[in-house]
Design a protein around this ligand. Structure first.
Ligand code: HPA
Length: 283
């Protein structure tokens, strides 16, 4: 094992395993303002990022910075409460280190959530949008540098980053939960500044339905490592130029908090559905 990036992930995994031997089935990344939901899971262990040797510690407001290990509906999960963003200044390989770490801890499924600006004119703040595909062209590839052969291929296919079967699971879960689930394409920008109206129009012309500063790079890393990726965005605001007022981080947190009931119901139902899908031999 010569790859320095991989060695670091392995060291982090060893560091976590010293604290807990919990084996998660799903790695769930909670987005901006979702942090408090980590307390709704049946907690078994908690590992703060600063306890993990070499781990990039999140500095973003509203991001607690810990892994919570436990159960939701009896399904073993690791919850990443507070993600690492590219705009914080980390190298892109550090930004996706937690994803690879969750893979090494045993997670088969990568479940991504975020807050995003709505571009699609059918969207309003508070809507939930399942991610069908993404545009990650504005950020460096998390796979750049020497390939980690232990995880995946040098030139991985990205035709279906978001697993088609798990997309069906989410659609069904939304129905069960009585939550309306929109669908669309998520574009990741580097941030930390929000987009200009001209940039939003560009993204719209490219086919994006929502925009945010995370997630796509994580989905690429998860897909590369053979994880089944699924996720949804909470439309926390209308994107710049579409919104009638200037964008603020407070609005993002406030909207997410207001629809926390829907978010939690969707996560709960879909975790049950994902577990059932895997047990049926989906993978
Ligand atoms: N743009 C980028 N990131 C975001 C937005 C937005 O409008 N809302 C929440 N995260």
């Amino acid at each position: 094992m010569e790859n320095e990036v991989y060695k670091k992930v392995v060291r982090c995994a060893e560091s976590v395993k010293k604290i807990t031997d919990f084996k998660p089935l799903i790695g769930l990344v909670l987005g901006s303002g979702y942090g408090e939901y980590a307390d709704m899971f049946e907690k078994v262990a908690e590992v703060s990022y600063d306890e993990i040797e070499g781990f990039p510690v999140s500095t973003a407001p509203g991001h607690a910075g810990k892994f919570v290990f436990g159960y939701l509906e009896g399904v073993p999960l690791v919850i990443m409460n507070g993600r690492v963003h590219f705009y914080e200044g980390y190298d892109i390989t550090d930004v996706v280190l937690p994803i690879r770490l969750m893979k090494l801890l045993g997670a088969k499924v990568l479940y991504l959530t975020n807050a995003a600006g709505g571009i699609n004119s059918d969207f309003k703040p508070g809507d939930l949008m399942m991610i069908n595909d993404h545009i990650a062209t504005f950020i460096p590839s998390p796979l750049r540098g020497r390939n980690i052969d232990e995880l995946g291929l040098r030139f991985p296919d990205m035709s279906h980053v978001y697993n088609l079967d798990l997309q069906d699971v989410l659609r069904k879960a939304a129905k069960e939960a009585g939550v309306e689930l929109k669908e669309g394409i998520y574009a990741q920008t580097p941030g930390p500044q929000y987009e200009t109206p001209a940039e939003v129009q560009m993204l719209k012309a490219m086919g994006a339905d929502a925009v945010g500063m995370s997630t796509a790079c994580e989905a690429i890393a998860g897909n590369h490592a053979g994880m089944l990726v699924v996720g949804f965005s909470t439309v926390s605001n209308l994107a710049a130029g579409i919104s009638k007022h200037p964008l603020t981080a407070e609005e993002v947190f406030e909207t997410t908090k207001n629809v926390s009931g829907n978010i939690m119901s969707l996560i709960r139902e879909s975790v049950k559905g994902i577990d059932a899908y895997l047990k049926e031999g989906g993978r």
